[in-house]
Design a binder for this molecule. Structure first.
Ligand SMILES: Nc1nc2c(ncn2[C@@H]2O[C@H](COP(=O)(O)OP(=O)(O)OP(=O)(O)O)[C@@H](O)[C@H]2O)c(=O)[nH]1
Ligand SMILES: [Mg+2]
Length: 348
């Protein structure tokens, strides 16, 4: 699962990438090569579980982040940038919400509109390019070809009226065909309001504009501060967060927002070797969740012993949970719930 940081030129994508990945990369305005790195997902519940289950290591879940070059207004490099955007699974659209001496006053609504139009137009070009061939292929009896044509025609109509493809619903076979086209306006998007250092609580009109224009989920952060926070050791970090009135680094909120737009949830494994967070789709069946850890555990799945992490926060230990009769034994049909702590029993 790759999450792409996208946005107009100079809005703070590379700065945010550094904060997320801990990689120090040159901040070269207008660089055309994407940066890639893994970001650990900060998770207060994970740290809290480790307070109750003594362990050697705490291992957060991770997500791959791709820092994509800024989208220029037209020009030769536009196609290259769009090609990078096409390869990622989800978009974090970074929007400048500070007034910059060089770039001028922030215009979040205008920037969002410009980016959305660019992606929409590009999808439209792909659709119209594919329609002719799809019409010819659909003349025979090939059900797949007919399905692809129907999807392209539906996409064409939506895009013509300016509707991003993620706003329509795509059922079963349609969804599979959609995926194969890699449309950009179909990718889940989270808006990131990148604010100045004097606006970390996001009270400015600029942030309101992002919330309104963005429609969906919006996360407020200051990328320059976040990258400074990321460089500190743990004790200094806590001090700095407190002095800024923040609970946790905003990258935690970013990850939570991403999980929300992507329909993901988190479960935990907790033992003396490690306490670890894992990311799965919402309502994932227990054997598939086990497969995220190792394919053997999925193959030899017997049952999942689990409890909600809130229960250990309340009762204090796994033994107390068991004594209270709250340790559940779940079978193959169990749909994982966000915050479950699980021991998988398996046999291969
Ligand atoms: N005030 C303020 N400045 C920021 C913030 N984030 C980034 N900047 C500054 O904006 C400039 C551009 O930042 P980059 O991270 O290179 O932006 P970018 O989006 O990667 O730029 P391109 O890759 O050229 O599109 C740098 O001078 C940053 O220090 C922020 O949250 N607040
Ligand atoms: Mg950059």
């Amino acid at each position: 699962m790759d999450c792409g940081l996208i946005g107009r030129l100079g809005v703070g994508k590379t700065t945010l990438f550094q904060a997320l990945s801990g990689h120090s990369v040159p901040v070269t305005p207008g660089a055309m090569k994407p940066n890639m790195g893994m970001a650990s997902i900060p998770d207060a519940r994970l740290d809290r579980i480790a307070e109750f289950v003594p362990t050697q290591k705490i291992i957060p879940a991770t997500v791959r982040v791709v820092d994509i070059p800024g989208v220029p207004s037209g020009g030769d490099s536009l196609g290259q940038v769009l090609a990078h955007i096409r390869t990622v699974d989800a978009l974090a659209h970074v929007v400048r919400c500070w007034d910059d001496p060089g770039l001028g006053p922030a215009d979040p609504a205008g920037d969002i509109d410009a980016m959305d139009s660019e992606l929409l137009l590009s999808d439209l070009v792909v659709v119209e390019g594919a329609l002719g061939k799809a019409q010819r292929s659909a003349r025979g009896n090939d059900a797949d070809a007919k399905q692809r044509l129907a999807v392209l025609q539906k996409a064409d109509a939506l895009l013509q009226e300016g509707t991003p493809l993620r706003d329509a619903s795509w059922e079963g076979a349609e969804a599979a065909a959609m995926k194969s086209f890699g449309f950009m306006t179909a990718k889940p998007v989270l808006h990131v309001a990148n604010v100045g250092e004097n606006d970390v609580d996001g009270a400015s009109d600029h942030v309101t504009a992002v919330r309104e224009a963005g429609g969906g989920t919006c996360v407020v952060l200051c990328a320059t501060l976040e990258s400074e926070i990321a460089e500190l050791d743990e004790a200094d970090r806590a001090d700095m967060l407190e002095s800024m009135g923040l609970q946790q680094p905003a990258v935690g909120a970013l990850a939570a927002g991403m999980n929300q737009v992507l329909g993901l949830s988190t479960f935990y494994t907790a033992g003396e070797k490690e306490v670890r967070a894992w990311v799965i789709p919402v309502d994932c069946p227990a054997p598939e969740a086990a497969g995220v850890i190792h394919s053997d555990i999925q193959r030899g799945f017997i049952r999942a012993e689990c409890y909600a992490c809130d229960e250990i926060f309340e009762l204090g230990s796994e033994k107390a949970i068991k004594d209270a009769g709250k340790l559940r034994s779940e079978g193959k049909g169990y749909a994982m719930r966000d915050g479950d702590v699980v021991h998988f029993l398996f046999n291969v």
